[in-house]
Structure formats: structure tokens, C-alpha cells
Design a protein around this ligand. Structure first.
Ligand code: PEP
Length: 255
């Protein structure tokens, strides 16, 4: 299998943006623009927007995801949302291990692994984020670091379950900064992740896994990034909040 045979996935990560009314408005603008997409299109939205997002995208090709979930099914975890709750309301995708969760909310590789496990057990598909800090790239440890993050996050995940894992390579220095990894840098690290998957699950499973790039991807640089062999799509932050920009990225992935 090669890139042409893997399903490209463009996923928006809205972060902590949009009230339910604003979410409806944005999705009503996005859905007609991406209706002919030849790739999977996902909008990952704040918990409070999930219901309205499901309604606004019903009968369209846009799928809805959450931005996080807790590892327990239920219990005394004030303020948290379980994977089971997401699944019960019709959500299919969840982002796990985003660098903002790691940076601001104490997320570690071990808690990422627990959340991945819970999401898979609930029947969700996971968009698993990995990526190095600027200092780590400068130290020359990007490959080791990203490999370790990937391995720990996938601990206890079977080859069959890997089919419900999408990996997003997101260099932390490129997220929300306007700095983008070059297409070659993105391709190199996505390739390293694919090699890790090959070691863990075999070449065929690795070749079948969608690996996205994320980090200031926009309508101007998407074409070049997405043309690379190991870059199968994008996780889009800022540009996913503007319907035309997001749709242009979806178009680039549909070529
Ligand atoms: C993200 O939030 O995952 C992201 C990649 O953000 P941005 O596109 O704004 O860099």
C-alpha cells in the first residue's frame, strides 16, 4: 500500500473557540464548501458544541469529533467527559494528547495511553497527537522523542485496534505560531512514525495508517505538505475556524 491508497483525513481542531450558535454558523458555511471532498473531513469541537455540530452536519460528509476524553468510564472526575459519553451521543472521533493538553493540563505519555485505551474501548477512533518542542528539535532528539511518545501512547493497542488510530505529527513549535515545518521536515518525521508502527505492527499495518501533519497548516502551504509521501492529511487549528480556508485545505487533500 502507498499514499494513494491511504485515506486522507483533514480534521479541524477548534480548540476553545465558538459558542453553540457560532459553531452552527461555521458548520453551515463549511458543509456546502466541502461536500465533494475526496478525503475524510472532521471537525473536532468543544464539548458544549458537540450536539449542535452533530445536528448541523447530519446527512453531510463532515464528521464530528471531540478534543479530549477522560480514561474512566464514569465516576468522581468533576468537569471531565468520558469516551463512553461521547460514543453514546454519536461522536466518532476524539483527539488525544494534543500538545496544549500536555503543556497546560499535565498530560503525560502515560495518561495519553490511558485515554487512548478508553477511547478505543468505547468504540471511538483516536487522533493521537505527538510532536517535539523547539528545544528538543534543536537537541537533535526529535526522532527518539516522537518514537517514544508513539510507543507509550500505543501500549496495549492491538493491530486490529490500530485501524482506529490516526496519528497527527504536530511539532509543538509550529502550533499556532505561524511557523510551519517544511514539507521535507514533516515528511521525515511522519516517515519515522510509520517506521515505528512497522516495528510494532508490521509493514502492512504501518502502510495502512493515516499520519497527519499539524502545525500552522493553511490554504497557502497545504498543497506542498500534502504532496509528501508520508503526510496523509492535516490537523488544522486556526485555519479550521475560517470556512473558506478550511475548505481550501480539504480541496488540496482531495487532489
Ligand atoms: C492544532 O491545534 O492542532 C494546530 C495544528 O493548530 P494550528 O493549525 O493553529 O497551528
Amino acid at each position: 500500500m502507498n499514499k494513494q491508497k491511504r485515506r486522507a483525513i483533514i480534521a479541524g481542531n477548534w480548540k476553545m473557540n465558538k459558542t453553540p450558535a457560532e459553531a452552527k454558523e461555521l458548520l453551515n458555511a463549511v458543509t456546502p464548501l466541502v461536500k465533494d471532498a475526496d478525503c475524510e473531513v472532521i471537525a473536532c469541537v468543544p464539548f458544549v458544541d458537540l450536539s449542535v455540530a452533530l445536528e448541523a452536519t447530519a446527512g453531510t460528509n463532515v464528521k464530528i469529533g471531540a478534543e479530549n476524553c477522560h480514561w474512566a468510564e464514569s465516576g468522581a472526575f468533576t468537569g471531565e467527559i468520558s469516551a463512553k459519553m461521547l460514543k453514546a451521543m454519536g461522536i466518532e472521533y476524539v483527539i488525544i494528547g494534543h500538545s496544549e493538553r500536555r503543556q497546560y493540563f499535565g498530560e503525560t505519555d502515560v495518561t495519553v495511553n490511558k485515554r487512548v485505551r478508553a477511547a478505543l474501548d468505547a468504540g471511538l477512533t483516536v487522533i493521537l497527537c505527538v510532536g517535539e518542542l523547539k528545544e528538543e528539535r534543536e537537541q537533535g532528539i526529535t526522532a527518539e522523542l516522537v518514537a517514544l511518545q508513539t510507543k507509550v501512547a500505543l501500549g496495549g493497542v492491538s493491530a486490529e485496534e490500530l485501524k482506529r488510530i490516526v496519528i497527527a505529527y504536530e511539532p509543538v513549535w509550529a502550533i499556532g505560531t505561524g511557523l510551519t515545518a517544511t514539507a521535507d521536515q514533516a515528511d521525515e518525521v511522519c516517515g519515522i512514525i510509520r517506521n515505528v508502527l512497522a516495528d510494532l505492527y508490521g509493514a502492512e499495518a504501518a502502510e495502512a495508517t493515516t499520519i497527519q501533519y499539524g502545525g500552522s497548516m493553511n490554504d497557502g502551504n497545504a498543497d506542498e505538505l500534502l504532496s509528501k509521501e508520508h503526510v496523509d492529511g492535516g490537523l488544522i487549528g486556526g485555519a479550521s475556524l475560517v470556512a473558506e480556508k478550511f475548505a481550501a485545505i480539504v480541496k488540496a487533500a482531495s487532489k
